[in-house]
Design a protein around this ligand. Structure first.
Ligand SMILES: Cc1cc2nc3c(=O)[nH]c(=O)nc-3n(C[C@H](O)[C@H](O)[C@H](O)COP(=O)(O)O)c2cc1C
Length: 165
């Protein structure tokens, strides 16, 4: 199996991070992976807001219900849907960011911003833009434990052939 395949299987959401910044070239490498994500009709209707200011991170935590990883991480990458952007594309962005980060030794946690009107205010998004998801990113703390909700459903439960049965 390729390293990519192994990485996909072992990628976990990490919620505790070391108290140290991400070097600029590492952050740029992750953002480049986001930049090269495919999108519907290659429209790239997205923008990335990199939040590393402590006060901004704190304000952002108010926009969702399970946002403590943002408070723990040195950086949150906020995924902004530009007008006519698709949530599917945002999902692809998120996974590319997470896998790229993992490949260079960083850990991540996707974060839902349930109250995206708060996120829009914090990030000063112009009219028509929305930010529903962010990725908390940093170096995994040695204490970073197992997933809050571990495991996966079996393939037997998930896979249907020719029709849903
Ligand atoms: C769309 C999406 C939104 C998520 N939102 C949050 C969140 O707001 N806070 C959080 O701590 N984890 C969040 N997670 C992480 C999931 O809880 C985690 O991926 C899931 O429990 C499986 O754990 P694992 O990825 O470590 O295997 C989110 C994951 C996805 C895919």
């Amino acid at each position: 199996m390729s390293d990519t395949y192994e990485s996909i299987l072992k990628l976990r959401a990490i919620r505790d991070f070391e108290d140290r910044p991400i070097p600029e070239e590492q952050l740029e490498a992750v953002l480049k992976a986001a930049q090269w994500t495919g999108s519907s009709k290659n429209r790239q209707n997205w923008a990335f807001v990199v939040v590393d200011d402590a006060r901004q991170k704190d304000r952002l935590t108010k926009a969702g219900d399970f946002t403590t990883p943002i408070a723990h991480a040195p950086v949150a990458i906020c995924l902004v849907e530009e007008p006519e952007g698709y949530e599917f594309d945002t999902g692809r962005l998120a996974q590319n960011i997470m896998l790229a980060a993992d490949a260079i030794g960083l850990a991540t946690c996707p974060i839902t911003l349930h109250r995206d009107e708060i996120a829009a205010d914090v990030l000063k998004l112009p009219e028509g833009r929305r930010c529903r998801y962010a990725i908390a990113i940093g170096y995994a703390a040695p204490t970073a434990g197992a997933a809050r909700f571990g495991g996966r459903k079996s393939l037997n439960e998930l896979v249907h052939r020719n029709h849903y049965s």
